[in-house]
Structures are given as structure tokens and as C-alpha cells.
Ligand binder design. Structure first.
Ligand SMILES: NC(=O)c1ccc[n+]([C@@H]2O[C@H](COP(=O)([O-])OP(=O)(O)OC[C@H]3O[C@@H](n4cnc5c(N)ncnc54)[C@H](OP(=O)(O)O)[C@@H]3O)[C@@H](O)[C@H]2O)c1
Length: 257
């Protein structure tokens, strides 16, 4: 079993997508959705340690940061990011966390022919996904990174964390897309039909690539507004699709049994 933890979970498409991928590859795994609220998270995760045929689990909003503190160990950039979106269950019940959001996002962009090296990037959102994307964009060599967030202190903290680890000039700033080559929405704005846009569309310039990470709806109001302004747009789904192989390899599904 590969579980998927979210709250709420009705908008989440990961289990369906992973089930199709597992079936296509002949993996003996089924993905199931678990809706757990923050108050129940620790007790659920402790119970998952005892689930002997659990390969691992994915995690999305709002649990990624909380989970980073509940696992026994992490790999890759997860500790610096402070959030994880995948856990492998070891045979002895130990839980190992990893964050594949950033790598998946970059792979999705590259799959569609977009390179980020040297770009002047505006990242909106400093939550779990935003933190992963900030480290990944810096690692991939963006020329400059500006991070905007509703709670400004989180953007400032993230900019300082990234600046400590990477050379790219990184700072917190306003969500003003003007003058940026790449604008990324890593907030949850766009999930609900009456959400405000994360940026003022009047400030979008036609040369800018506007990338979304919200997957439902497939075309968000931000993507529509950006396309109307002549921008190139990139949807949220490729980021998830490109994480499937990363997760299969992390779960060691290829390991001979
Ligand atoms: N495509 C993919 O593969 C993929 C992967 C991961 C996540 N996602 C999507 O990415 C989104 C964010 O996920 P997450 O895990 O980062 O969630 P999270 O940790 O809860 O962070 C939510 C982010 O959205 C901001 N936000 C929420 N409501 C807002 C509002 N009304 N106005 C302005 N900002 C607001 C938050 O700002 P504050 O800090 O001020 O609260 C924070 O930056 C979700 O929609 C999720 O489904 C997609």
C-alpha cells in the first residue's frame, strides 16, 4: 500500500495518478487516500509504523512541515527545506522522509522545454511546496530569486535559508511580477473558484513564463489571465507526473522481493 495523507482530500488527484502509473509498470502496490486533520496526524503516523505491508506514503497540504518533525530520518534537501512530501517505511517500521516537489517541478518545466538557469524568478508562496521550489530554483541556477508570501516573515525566513545554501541573489519581496522572466504560483490560491489571483494580472509582461503548481482546476484563473496577457503558461500537473519515477525509486519498488 502507498497511502496519501491530506486534509481536505477531495481535490487531491495523486492516488488516482499513482494507481495508473503503478498498474502500467506492473508494481504490486495500490495507492489510497487518507484524509487526516492536523490534530490526528501524529497518532496516525505512529500507527503507520506498524502497518507491515505499507511501502510508504505521500503527504500534501497542510501536513508537509509537520511530517518533517515526525519521521526518524530524512534524505536529500528535506532537512533544509523543513518539509517532506514522501515517506518510505522500512521493514522495522522506521520512517524516512524525502522531498521530491522541487525536482518534480523542474523536471516538469524541462519536459515542456523550459529552462530556469539564469532566469529572474518570482516565487509566490513560502509554505511546504514553496520552500521546496525555492531551494530547487536556486540549485538550478536562477539568476535572481524573489520570494513573496502573504505572511512576509515566512518569505524572509525562506530567503535567508536559501541565501545561506546557494549563491543566487535571493530576497523577500512583493508579489509584483513586472520585470521577472519566470513567475511561479506556489500558494494554494486557485484551488477555490473565488480565490483572488496571487498577482495583479495588469503587471504581467508578455515575455514572462507563468508556472502554476495548483493542479485542480487544470487551467487556473492565473493561467487564464496570464495567457490573455500574452505570457507562456505552464500547468501544475507535470510537477506531479514527474515525481512518480522519483517516488518509485525512493520506495525501492524496483527492489527484487
Ligand atoms: N503540482 C504538484 O505536484 C503539487 C505539489 C505540491 C503542492 N501542490 C499544490 O500547491 C499548493 C500549496 O501547497 P503547500 O503544501 O505548499 O501548502 P501550505 O504549506 O499550506 O502553504 C500554502 C501557501 O499558500 C499561501 N496562501 C494560502 N492561502 C492564501 C491566501 N488566501 N492568500 C495568500 N496566500 C495564501 C500560504 O501563505 P501563508 O504562509 O501566508 O499562510 C502559503 O504560502 C496546494 O494547492 C497544493 O495542492 C501541487
Amino acid at each position: 500500500v502507498y497511502a496519501h495523507l491530506a486534509h481536505p482530500s477531495s481535490h487531491v488527484r495523486t492516488p488516482q495518478l499513482f494507481n495508473a502509473a503503478f498498474a502500467a509498470r506492473g508494481d504490486d502496490v495500490v495507492a489510497v487516500s487518507i484524509d487526516v486533520d492536523p490534530a490526528g496526524l501524529a497518532v496516525l503516523v505512529d500507527g503507520l509504523r506498524a502497518w507491515r505491508n505499507l511501502a510508504g506514503f505521500g503527504i500534501t497540504m497542510p501536513h508537509k512541515e509537520a511530517l518533517a518533525a515526525l519521521v526518524d530520518d530524512t534524505v536529500g534537501d528535506a532537512a533544509r527545506i523543513g518539509a517532506i512530501n514522501n515517506v518510505r517505511r522500512e521493514p522495522d517500521g522506521r520512517l524516512i522522509g524525502r522531498n521530491t516537489d522541487g525536482e518534480g517541478f523542474l523536471a516538469g518545466l524541462r519536459r515542456e522545454g523550459h529552462e530556469v538557469a539564469g532566469r529572474d524568478a518570482l516565487l509566490i508562496g513560502a509554505g511546504g511546496a514553496g520552500r521546496a521550489l525555492a531551494f530547487a530554483l536556486a540549485e538550478a541556477g536562477v539568476g535572481r530569486l524573489t520570494i513573496a508570501n502573504r505572511s512576509r516573515a515566512r518569505a524572509e525566513q525562506l530567503a535567508a535559508d536559501v541565501a545561506r545554501a546557494h549563491a543566487a541573489p535571493t530576497a523577500a519581496g512583493p508579489p509584483d511580477p513586472a520585470g521577472h522572466d519566470l513567475v511561479v504560483n506556489a500558494t494554494s490560491l486557485g484551488l477555490q473558484p473565488d480565490d483572488p489571483l496571487p498577482v495583479d494580472p495588469e503587471r504581467l509582461e508578455s515575455g514572462t513564463l507563468v508556472a502554476e503548481i495548483v493542479m485542480t482546476p487544470g487551467e487556473t484563473p492565473l493561467m487564464r489571465a496570464a495567457a490573455e496577457r500574452g505570457c507562456r503558461v505552464h500547468p501544475g500537473l507535470p510537477m506531479l507526473e514527474c515525481q512518480i519515477e522519483l517516488v518509485r525509486s525512493f520506495l525501492e519498488l524496483e527492489r527484487p522481493s
